[in-house]
Ligand binder design. Sequence first.
Ligand code: TNX
Length: 557
Amino acid sequence: SMNKKLLLAGLCLLLSPFLLFSQTDRILPQPKTLVAGEGQLNLQPGTVLLAESASARKSAHLFNGLLEVKTGFQLPVQQAAQTTTPVILLEEKIVDGNPEAYTLDITSEGIAIRGGSSGLFYGLQSLFQLVEMQGSEAMVPLVRIADAPAFGYRGIMLDVSRHFFSTEQVKKILDLMAQLKFNTMHWHLTDDQGWRLEIKKYPKLTEVGAWRDSTIIGQYYDFKPFIYDGEKHGGYYTQEEAREIVRYAADRHITVIPEIELPGHSSAVLAAYPEFGSFEVQGGAARGSIAAVNEKGEPLNNEISTQVPGYWGVHYNIYGPTPAAFGFLEDVLTEVMDIFPSEYIHIGGDEVPKDHWETSAIAQKVIKKEKLADEHELQSYFIQRIEQFLNKNGRKIIGWDEILEGGLAPNATVMSWRGEKGGIAAAKMGHDVIMTPNSHLYFDHYQAEDKSTEPLAIGGFLPLEKVYSYSPIPDALSEEEARHVLGVQANLWTEYIGSNQKMEYFLFPRALALAEVAWKTREEKDYASFIRERLPEQLRSLEAQGVFFRIPEAAVT
Ligand code: TNX
């Protein structure tokens, strides 16, 4: 009956070449090489997932979870062949020297996936995307795939400081990222508006620092007084919850890189522990704690406040370069390293209002003592001290491109967000780079030119096609220098993203385009084919998984 079915299916396909086309061309990101065969294979509920290695069996079980949603059944997972039933062989063996590469062969005899631990996982994602229900039968097209990513770093940053998101929601995003073969979640855990990670030694970080007061009038960009929503927002992850996220991500071959912002974007910390700031503490608070404005919109930069601010922008409350502050940060980072096994720790470094240090006696003392030229060099001194501590503990730092100012820390990787300039400079200096330019990869920007048709966002216009057009290797780099560009990341800042639905809406469908930007070279990408062959199927898949996404104009026309 299997042969008969195959024959029938083959006939159907002969009559409808378009179906064959769409079935093999819908894997997203599109594989590097794919040769379509003729006909299909019926995936029966008895088909065995045969996996000798433990990691392959874990991937097989996760595949089953996805498969059940699509087909209503799971496949038996076995460690050694027990029967002569058809199998999906998962053979763990590194392909082409790349642990993320894989081959997927579907013949009328059966299915074989070969690759390193991550490669096997990706092969299973591709297989899942090929499964199509035809009537009550689960069918896969006969095909030969040899696939590998163009870039080793494929990331999405989630800002959980401006708004807190539950572990369930973070897991949902990790599930979706895994299907699209992303391998890094950059977790922006701290910022002015909230500290989101339990630190045992400093309980006030979450008791005080995790809750912001949105009734405070603030200033933003154009100095207009501004109230967000007047609500008290907050929340944090216990260390156990953070570990659970790390494990959950690792099972899906995603590394979680935590970000602990310093020396700026630190109002939440300094609301809890003002003694680590740049000014002497008087009566429990430090001068310069908050850059509030009065009702007339006049800046009150030297207000004394111990509150976590509920508005956005660059805040003046930054760490002081003191032994106490360094001691605190080393304690915090020690707990962070214990939770997060990632080689990289992101230390922020962006938007430090260095003029604040000009009026700080504490900062000026250090500038003099260390014979630094100015506040830029003071920032560099600050970052280098933190780098030394993390390097000593076997970790590497990533920082936003401002860490170039005043001298780049010797082993730092640079995340280029203000366009590609910082990334290009860093790569030319022999430093590794991750491209995340706000021109192309800021998913907090609007998805339509007419902003009035869209939910409130921070500004900017970033349509799907613009995301897709991005390629992380700038022409300005030689081949040698370009090797320092590890990959790409989109950033989801959440100032105006206060619900799970909105988070998904701003991520999708743009994350679908990003997946292909990260997996393919400039030459291999094809927007028309992305829109025609892969986008519709992916939108269906998102819908089936209960994801709230924006319907792109491209899919409607
Ligand atoms: C700049 S990007 C920031 C963030 C904001 C973002 C809004 C970066 C390193 N800093 O603090 O959320 O703009 O788009």
